[in-house]
Design a binder for this molecule. Sequence first.
Ligand code: FAD
Ligand code: SF4
Ligand code: SF4
Length: 479
Amino acid sequence: MPGKMLQFVNQAKAMPKKRAAQDRIGDFDEIYADFDFASAEEQAGRCSQCGVPFCQVNCPLHNNIPDWLMLTAENRMQEAYELSSATNTFPEICGRICPQDRLCEGNCVIEKGFESVTIGAVEKHITETAFEEGWVKPIHVTTENGLSAGIIGAGPAGLAAADVLRRKGYKVTVYDRYDRVGGLLIYGIPGFKLEKDVVLRRAELLTNGGIDFVLNCEIGRDVSFPELREKHDAVLIATGVYKARDFQAPGIGLNGVVPALDFLTASNRKSLGDDVAEFDSGVLNAGNKNVVVIGGGDTAMDCVRTAIRQNAKSVTCLYRRDKVNMPGSQREVQNAEEEGVNFQWLSAPHALLGDDSVQAVRARRIHLGQPDETGRQVPQIIENSDFDVAADLVIKALGFDPEDLPVMFDHPELGVSKWGTIQIDWKTMMTSSPGVFAAGDIVRGASLVVWGIRDGRDAAEQMDKYIQAEQRGESLAAG
Ligand code: FAD
Ligand code: SF4
Ligand code: SF4
């Protein structure tokens, strides 16, 4: 066992420096600094090099965590980078925004008693070092194979697939209805979790590696799906989920009640320097307003923290369960609390009050009853518990469902689940339509970036197998 490891008994867990709340709410920059070399080595050296590394088992990419921690502890950074980037297409992104407390770090065996190794921060440090040292290079294809793959969606799933296929020598074209590459990485997730330069840097690398991007192009509107299918040897659908869930209540149609993604996209575009009329006119701007965000997931947390940074007068989050049972990451809730968000746990809206524009949300208190078949306690309304919260802007952050793709693509043979997600054969990642594959949120429902990367990588391997078999005249579509 290398002498630098197993230091968890003597060395306490430490995260990279976090900016003070008062400082960070003045901008959209990331709140965590990068480790310096000495801290990264110390923290990586806390790993006990488990025989069965549960961190790795619970990382969706099965990253070789113990080995790259050991290489970091020994200051062998280029080898650490090569190892970490072998399984993860975007390690600098996962290191920043994976909910590590639910994945790798939450399953680290020294967590009980000693607190986990800071795996995500070390992964970010390894990759940022690699960028600084010039070790991260665009894809270099030695032999073009003359075959072509079309990918719909430039989010993490589509980009991860594009990377794998391009490395194999395919001509890869990625189509996206947005004007920039990145999907939710660029227009959903705010800069204080993931600075936009980090996404743009990756997009540039992929472009320099020979991947073609056709932006401002919506498949099903600007180009038909059959036309696209015709152009490529195989196609990947990685379109994410964008239909915002809504709720019914009196006053829901009042001005000032907006969907979360509209609000976040406007804010992200503004940070990127775009003209955003709805932001400038105040419709999608929390400045000087009382803001109420409805929901308790990561999107809700991003909305409350964005509103704080836009100088809202007050920011309240209404969530129908309690803090322990909320779906969002506990780390993000803590960050939001530090930044001045007021949480009204166990509360649900039942009316929006106002004439033309919303002025208040009327909510009711909730009691958590017996667990249902999923094991979660069922929220029950407490009668006569109404209370009002002043609101000039109400943001609905209740989650997302898939759009109706078979209709949008005019491709009824595309099989979907009862939730509208695309059905695939998980072994081949192929949909019910031969040569058409799918990956990411459009298959799983709203999920995580790291799962998008995993699916994109898997789908690319299967697309390659399919196309190669077709070339040999051995169709895999039937079986
Ligand atoms: P997307 O990222 O949604 O990309 C799909 C792309 O397809 C988009 O660019 C879209 O424009 C394009 N597209 C759609 N339809 C068409 C069409 N017809 N033609 C052309 N292009 C089309 N996950 C984490 O791991 N950590 C987080 O901290 C986190 N925070 C989040 C915060 C918010 C506000 C949201 C909404 C999600 C967050 N997630 C987070 C989830 C994560 O962003 C998604 O799971 C992930 O981006 C899914 O990747 P994807 O490639 O499947 O889809
Ligand atoms: Fe942890 Fe995510 Fe990195 Fe895997 S990809 S090691 S889950 S931070
Ligand atoms: Fe190291 Fe924790 Fe992974 Fe064990 S579970 S190998 S201690 S990081």
